[in-house]
Structure formats: structure tokens, C-alpha cells
Design a protein around this ligand. Sequence first.
Ligand SMILES: NC(=O)c1ccc[n+]([C@@H]2O[C@H](COP(=O)([O-])OP(=O)(O)OC[C@H]3O[C@@H](n4cnc5c(N)ncnc54)[C@H](OP(=O)(O)O)[C@@H]3O)[C@@H](O)[C@H]2O)c1
Length: 333
Amino acid sequence: MVLVTGGTGLVGAHLLLHLIENGENVRAIYRNQNNIQKTKSVFELYKKGDLFEKINWLEADILDVPSLENAFINIDYVYHCAALISFDPKDEDSLRKTNIEGTANMVNFSIAKEIKKFCFVSSIAALGDIAPHETYITEETDWNPEKPHSDYAISKYGAEMEVWRGLQEGLNVIIINPGVILGPIPKTKIFEQGSSELYQKVANGLSFYTLGNTGFIAITDVVRIAHELMKSTIKNERFTLIADNIIFRDILNTIADTLKVKKPGIHAKPLLMNFLWIADAIFSTLFFQKRSITKATAKASYSKNLYSNEKIKTALGTVFLDVHQYIKDVSKL
Ligand SMILES: NC(=O)c1ccc[n+]([C@@H]2O[C@H](COP(=O)([O-])OP(=O)(O)OC[C@H]3O[C@@H](n4cnc5c(N)ncnc54)[C@H](OP(=O)(O)O)[C@@H]3O)[C@@H](O)[C@H]2O)c1
């Protein structure tokens, strides 16, 4: 049986659907019964509501060791997708706890229960920092602790260290490092953040674009490749998963065209982005609101990072979905 953490999130819900469609027996953990409804909504969106009943749900928290022990009964393979994603400086402690300590718990049980293979969903945020003579960030690029990193990136990097420790202790591991994951455009909001938030912001008339870029990938590619890697003989490697490096303006324009709304028209240069995050910090403090732009997200919006996907293409012969076409296609669901 396969254990999936984060099954009530964007990645985990799609992974559960993919695994069931491919004949796997799955167990998923949940913390809050209400959030299981999100997973059901994902299955229904793809008209696969009947397959939802095949999930063996169990209440557990990756930070609560006794509850987690039950989740590992009769498990052979583990996909660890659960994480906290936040760029709010207030979440620094929770990020470290959930992402590093939670992953350490998952790794420890996987070693103790002799799990056959463990897949960790990391992020391109945990890849290294490019040196001046390099163009592409790869799986081999060194992490430079002297360079500034978001708390989220540090927590995912720390989580990877726990997985590599598991490898030293005999666990077979696979780490995937996806770029920004684009999911479906549901009629009603299912997930609060990630691509759902991006679609929502453009639909609500986002005014600004930037000319920074990053790697993007469709959710269907992420879960398909994760499963392929787990079924293969490949182990103890990490793989960058991006379909393409895309300028933020271009992705926002594709979303705006698809949703038939106005494209963001104001070029937010680095100076303006820095002003916006400082303004956001002041207003969120005054009005006790969650930060929407932080120093880390402002910087990321104009950074020009190029990621290489050559390693996974060579390993599996992967052909990625075109991200712009994916957005147009999922809008019809
Ligand atoms: N979305 C992206 O663009 C993106 C890009 C690169 C990498 N990733 C990585 O992909 C993974 C999944 O991301 P996502 O977009 O699916 O995130 P998400 O939609 O925010 O889902 C997060 C999941 O983690 C679970 N979780 C959080 N804390 C937990 C805990 N203490 N115990 C058990 N479960 C817990 C949540 O459960 P509840 O429902 O109980 O809150 C939820 O199921 C993460 O590791 C993330 O770092 C995401």
C-alpha cells in the first residue's frame, strides 16, 4: 500500500487520483475532516468522483508521532507532499517545524518500517545559488548559505537534508524539485494559495506585471513523473521538474487571455516592488492581516532564474506539457 501525506493539498489530491487511476492502493492522512472535501472536489472536477471512495483516509499529523505510527501500518511506498508554504516572516518557526521536523518524522518512520522507496516533494526553492559564470541552476548547483534565502526555501533545504540523512541510514529516496505548479482553474476556489491564488488575482484585475522569470510546470506532469520515478529503478537522486522557464508577464497574460479579463498593464520595476513590500509590511502590521507581498516574494518577482530540466529528460525521456496550452485546456474543465 502507498502512503500519501498532504492529500488534502493541490499536489497530494492530484497524486492520489493519479495513483488510483494507475491501480495503486492508497492511504492518505488528514488533520481536519473538512479538508477532505477539497480532495473530493478535485476528483469531481475531473469527473472521477467514484474513485474518491477508494482512498483509505486516516487522521494523522506529521508533527504528532503517535498518530503517524498508525499511518505506516502495511505501507510499502511513501510520497511525502505535506508542507507549509508561506512567505510571511511571521511563519518562520512554523515553517521550520512543519517542513524540517515533519519530514524528519516521516523519514524516521520510513527507516523503522523498512519502506521500499520514499518520494519527497521538495521545490526549486531548495536548489542551489548560481555562480557568476553559470547560466542554469541544476540539481548539482551548490547551496550558498551566505546568500539570502526565504524562510520557506531554508525549510525545504533543511527537509532535503533530513531525506539525505535517511539515505545514509539505508532508505531508498527520490526527491523531486518542482517549479511553480499550475493546477486547474476551478469554478469555485478549492485551494487557498499557489496557482489558485494566481488565477484569482488575475481574475480580480491584477494591475502589475514584472519581467522576472522562474520555472513552471503543470500539476499533471508533477504527479505523473513522481509516480514514474517511484516505479523505476532510479533511486537516491533529485530531479528538477519544470516544463519551461517563463517570464511572469507572459504567464499572467496567458491567464488573463484565458479568463477573458484585462491583462496586467503596469510594469512593476524592482524599485516599485520594494516599495510595495514595505507598504504591505506596514499595513499588515497595522491591520493584523496576513502579508501578501514580502521582501522574499518582491525579490523573486524580478529575479531572473533559469532552471535546467535536462536531468529528468535524460533519465525518463520526459516530454512536458506546454504550460500556456495547459492553462487554456484546464479552463475548460
Ligand atoms: N504549489 C506549488 O507551486 C509548489 C511548487 C513547488 C513545490 N511544492 C511543494 O509541493 C508540496 C505540496 O504543495 P501543495 O501546493 O499541494 O500545498 P498545499 O495545497 O498548501 O497543501 C499542503 C498539504 O500539507 C498538509 N499539511 C501541512 N501541515 C501538515 C501537518 N503538520 N501534518 C499533516 N499534513 C500537513 C496540508 O493539510 P491540511 O489540509 O490539514 O492543512 C495539505 O494537505 C509541498 O511540499 C510544497 O513545498 C509546491
